[in-house]
Design a protein around this ligand. Sequence first.
Ligand code: ZN
Ligand code: FE
Length: 756
Amino acid sequence: MTEARSIRVRGVVQGVGFRPLVFRLALANSLAGWVLNENGGVDIHVEGAEPDLDAFLRELTLQPPAAASIAGIDIQASAVSGLTEFTIRESRRNGNPSVRISPDLPVCGECLQELFNPADPRYLYPYINCTNCGPRYSIVESLPYDRTNTTMKDWALDDSCAAEYRNPSDRRFHAQPVACRACGPHYFLETDNRVSRGDAASIDAAARLLTEGRIVAVKGIGGYHLACDARNIDAVRALRERKYRKEKPFALMVKDVATAHRVVELSIEAEALLTSTARPIVLAPAKVVLPEVAPENPELGVMLPYAPLHHLLFAAGAPAILVATSANRSSEPIAFTDEDARERLAGIADAFLIGERPIARRVDDSVVRAGQFGSTILRRSRGYAPGAVAVLPAQRPILAVGADLKNAITIVVAGQAFVSQHIGDLDHYESLESFRSTIRALASMYEVDWCELLIVHDVHPQYASTIHALELPSAHALAVQHHRAHIASVVAERQAWDKRVVGISFDGTGFGDDETIWGGEFFTGSLAGGLQRVLHLRSATLPGGDAAARYPVQCAAGFLSQLNTPVDFTAPPFHFDHRYHRSAELLKKNVRSFETTSMGRLFDGAAALLGFTRAITFEGQAAIWLEHLARKAANCDAYPFPINCRELDFRPLLESMIRDCLDGRPKAEVARAFHMGVAEGLCSAASILCKANGIDTIVLSGGVFQNELLLEGVKSLLNGKPIFIWTNSAVPPNDGGISLGQAALGAIALRGERNA
Ligand code: ZN
Ligand code: FE
């Protein structure tokens, strides 16, 4: 007896080879019907015998395409309409296109085989791709995802590509960026005085230059890399000098997994991240010494080739361990247009390996780590963005604009929270421009109705993101406190709106309710009921305004001024410079000083006490230095970090540090005892708050929780206690995750409005 089912699949299911798979499975199981891309996902109608229908459904759910991510499948019995064949129908459009745009995908195994098969028409062709692989978000200009709406629109398909594109049983059926040597874009190599054309010739020449120790700007998926031989110290040093990048680690691209194993200590989890479809940069302990690549840092960031071009470069003989760092000067955003690259990288790159396919938007490499509580995303960008990370209880669209550092935005459509690529620090003009254009692009792709839109921003009145948010045409805006947004970002990932938690946000800086700078905060409550600040780091006055974040000595001066100690910190074993005295003067006169409860700054101050007295050259540098120093010592007794009147008092903690330094205790041990002190302070405060409020779950978020040693301490101290620990996994614990938390609190506010 013939039966029929109508099936709706939601998730990342468009542009990832879903319809061809459905087509093949339907044919294999002798079913009639149709499949089509709907705005909300993929709709399927199948008719046939019941066992065949069951087999079809089983296979569909058990083996979806590698790049697909199914969020839900609804199956309903349906009326039999007597169809005789199975067809792929044209897309129809209605309502909001809440279907997700796929993140960019790495070249797949089948395409790689073709790439290196001399008999294949796409032999050595750097733009090879299929429905299972290739660029997506980085080439999309608007929705729906059709070739005419991508940066491939200027290349018409030739007959053989068109035949593959139209054949439902072909791997390239409706692969929008499909191209071949005859009809598609090409790579070429530019040096000062000449341009060499031909994909193979230019890639060979680039590989040769890299081998000779030159620096090559390489156009990839979401922007340009600056590449050089990581084992050539002169090349790496030249890159640092020309780029004005003093100490921030460079990422590496290695030839293959075996090379990765030679370069870093890869746990099973770390290897899984390395080879995952996002192909992120994975931070792991270094096994080799690569001078100048990551100064004073025992970790290296490693990624695998992901574009066909990268594989071709290695096959052409490029060094197996390449520096592959964002192409920019200093901390500017990565260059992604050819003109911009030529202009900004002149004087840095010796040659430019340029591909003709335009990049629609800047999408940096993502950075991840296999951490204490599973994988942690430190920079969420290529391979992840703009994927949905959570379902929020929102009936109306929401735009959350994030914070000013490490900015990323979140847009909520039909309850799905889509988080943008990493946009960067908004004090750069270029980042501010991408912030604006990303808002425009995502709002238009998802056809957001500005009249309906709720805009959520930070409470900081001077944030560029706040100012821009308030200029947008929407009538509804909501301000959210920075650290509540951090906590909400974790709770949103778990969709636990009513769950009562102890939220702990240890962070650099964020504008507080009392207009001072917060960053060592404990909250209790739920997203739905509100998060009350119940405890915090004892506040200190730091001198020098924003400069305090750059000079650890200035932070130290602020915290130490509360101690009443006669110690001269400019004499050994301390090494504070003139800044210390100047800071003390500022404090005495109370000019350009600000009050803060920032835990991030406390770590900076502790680093200064132990010898990090120079200016930092990238965010978090002093704290990272302190963590690595502490790792050189074994576990030891923690310094006291007691709770006094709803404050974690840092004075006994710092006094113990100073005493041990004067006694000549090894600095690594002091750093270790400091970390353990912070972990113990956190855990005892958390335990008290849990017990007093009948709460069984703590939430950790904020930039300080990128510190794995601190997390290790917390994990072992709470081990065996009836307390669950929640951390971020889909978005970063740093300010890159703020917009998700803002969006979640926005959704809750809307829900409250509706109920009222
Ligand atoms: Zn492929
Ligand atoms: Fe923050």
